[in-house]
Write a protein that binds this ligand. Structure first.
Ligand code: PLP
Length: 400
C-alpha cells in the first residue's frame, strides 16, 4: 500500500475524510486481545473496544478463523437465497433470548429502523393502522438514520436536517409519571435502552421496569429494547433486558454482534413475524455470510459456560476500583452502569482525562457531557482491569 511520506494517518485523514468525527491523533497498526499498538510501537490497553464492538478483544483466533474460512468460500450471495451462517446465528440468538425470529441488517441504526417499521406494521396488519405513536426517552441514542434519529432523545442531533418522521414522543428517563401520562391505547411502542449508554451511562430504575412492563400489559403496546450497546453479554447477561427483567417484543442488536464486521439484528416475537410479508423490508448486505460467521464465533464464545460469570466478576473488580478512585479524587462522583458498561462522573473536563489516559497507554471514552466511560472487552482479565485502574490513578493524579 502507498505510504503517506512523512505524514501520519491523522494528517492525511483531514485531507480526504468528511469532518464528522473528533478523531484522536494516533495511528493504530495492530491489535491483540485487549491491546492495540500504534505505528510507533506504543501499546494501549483498549477499554473503548471500538465503542462496545470488540467483545472478544482484537484478533480473537475463533473470529479470525471463522472470517477466513467463509471469505475463502464466498463473501456474498444476497438475501435471494438462504444463508447457512445466518440460520446458525439466528438459532443461537433466539435460543439465548425470548424471541422467535431474527432479521439481519448491517448496523445499529438499521436494526432500530427495522424495529420501528415492524412495530408499526404489526398494528397496521392487525386492524389498527393509526396506532403509530412511539414513546422514547430524552438522552437516549438510537442511531443516525431518520427514523432512529427521530427516536433519539437528543434534539441537538436533529438540528438542520429538516423534517423528521412524526409520531415520536420523548419523556424523561426514569420519570414513571411522565411515561404513564403519554402511553395509552393509541401507543404503538415504548422504545428504550435497558441502560442509557451514550447519553451518560444511566441505569433504569426498578420502578421504571415495573411501569414499562405494566403499560405493555395494560395497553397491549409493544416494547422495543435497544440492546445495541447492552446486548451480547455487556451487562453480564445475554441481553440487558434480561438483567433488569424488562419484557420486550422486539430487540435490536449490533455492535458486538459482528466482531467488528458490520452486522445488526432485529429479534422479534412470533406475533410480529406473523404480520410481516416478503417485500415489507429488506437489505442487500444484511446478514452477509462473512459477518454472520464472525457473529456466530462471538456468540459461541459468549454463551460458553462461565463466560458471563466472568463478566460479572470483572465488573465487581472494576466497580470496586472506580469506587476507590472516586474516594481518592474528590472531583470524581457517582459510579454508574452495570457489567462492563461502566462510567464515573467527573467535575474536571472528561476530554482532558481521556487524552491524558491515552498518553498513559489506556483508551477510554466519554458518555453524556461529564461521564468517563469504560468498555473493556468482555474477556478482559483481572490483571488487565488492575492495570487500567493503576493507569487511571496516575492520570487522575496529574489532573488534580
Ligand atoms: C444504544 C444504541 N443504539 C443505536 C446505536 C447506533 O448504532 P450504529 O452506530 O451501528 O448505527 C448506538 C451506537 O452507539 C447505540 O449505542
Amino acid at each position: 500500500m502507498e505510504q503517506f511520506c512523512n505524514n501520519s494517518c491523522f494528517e492525511e485523514d483531514k485531507k480526504c475524510i468528511a469532518p464528522l468525527y473528533g478523531k484522536a491523533s494516533v495511528d493504530f497498526v495492530k491489535g491483540k486481545g485487549s491491546y492495540l499498538f500504534d505505528a510507533e510501537g506504543n501499546k494501549y490497553l483498549d477499554f473503548v473496544s471500538g465503542i462496545a464492538v470488540n467483545a472478544l478483544g482484537h484478533a480473537h483466533p475463533a473470529v479470525v478463523k471463522a472470517i477466513q474460512e467463509q471469505a475463502a468460500k464466498f463473501t456474498h450471495v444476497s438475501n435471494l437465497y438462504p444463508n447457512e451462517n445466518q440460520i446458525h446465528l439466528a438459532r443461537k440468538l433466539l435460543a439465548n433470548s425470548d424471541f422467535d425470529k431474527a432479521f439481519f441488517c448491517n448496523s445499529g441504526t438499521e436494526a432500530n429502523e427495522a424495529a420501528i417499521k415492524f412495530a408499526r406494521k404489526y398494528f397496521n396488519r392487525n386492524g389498527q393502522p393509526d396506532r403509530a405513536k412511539i414513546v422514547t426517552f430524552f438522552n437516549s441514542f438510537h442511531g443516525r438514520t431518520f427514523g432512529a434519529l427521530s427516536a433519539t432523545g437528543q434534539p441537538s442531533l436533529r438540528e438542520g436536517f429538516g423534517s423528521m418522521p412524526g409520531d415520536f414522543v420523548h419523556v424523561s428517563w426514569n420519570d414513571v409519571e411522565a411515561l404513564k401520562a403519554v402511553v395509552n391505547e393509541s401507543t404503538c411502542a415504548i422504545m428504550l435502552e435497558p441502560l442509557v449508554a451514550e447519553g451518560g451511562v444511566m441505569t433504569i430504575s426498578s420502578e421504571m421496569v415495573t411501569t414499562v412492563n405494566g403499560l405493555r400489559e395494560k395497553f397491549g403496546c409493544l416494547v422495543i429494547a435497544d440492546e445495541i450497546q447492552t446486548g451480547m453479554g455487556r451487562l453480564g447477561t445475554f441481553l440487558g433486558s434480561e438483567f433488569y427483567g424488562l419484557k420486550a417484543d422486539i430487540a435490536s442488536l449490533a455492535k458486538a454482534l459482528g466482531a467488528g464486521l458490520p452486522l445488526g439484528a432485529t429479534l422479534m416475537s412470533q406475533k410480529i413475524a406473523d404480520s410481516l410479508k416478503p417485500g415489507d423490508h429488506g437489505t442487500t448486505f444484511g446478514g452477509n455470510p462473512v459477518a454472520c460467521a464472525a457473529g456466530l464465533a462471538v456468540v459461541n464464545e459468549i454463551t460458553k459456560p462461565l463466560f458471563l460469570e466472568s463478566v460479572k466478576e470483572r465488573s465487581k473488580e472494576m466497580k470496586a476500583g472506580l469506587t476507590m478512585l472516586a474516594s481518592k479524587y474528590s472531583f470524581l462522583g457517582e459510579i454508574r452502569g452495570e457489567g462492563l458498561l461502566l462510567g464515573v462522573c467527573s467535575e474536571k473536563p472528561v476530554a482532558d482525562i481521556i487524552t491524558l489516559a491515552r498518553a498513559e497507554g489506556l483508551l477510554i471514552l466519554r458518555a453524556g457531557a461529564n461521564v468517563l466511560r469504560f468498555l473493556p472487552p468482555l474477556n478482559v482479565s483481572a490483571a488487565e482491569i488492575e492495570e487500567a485502574l493503576q493507569k487511571m490513578d496516575k492520570v487522575l493524579a496529574k489532573i488534580c
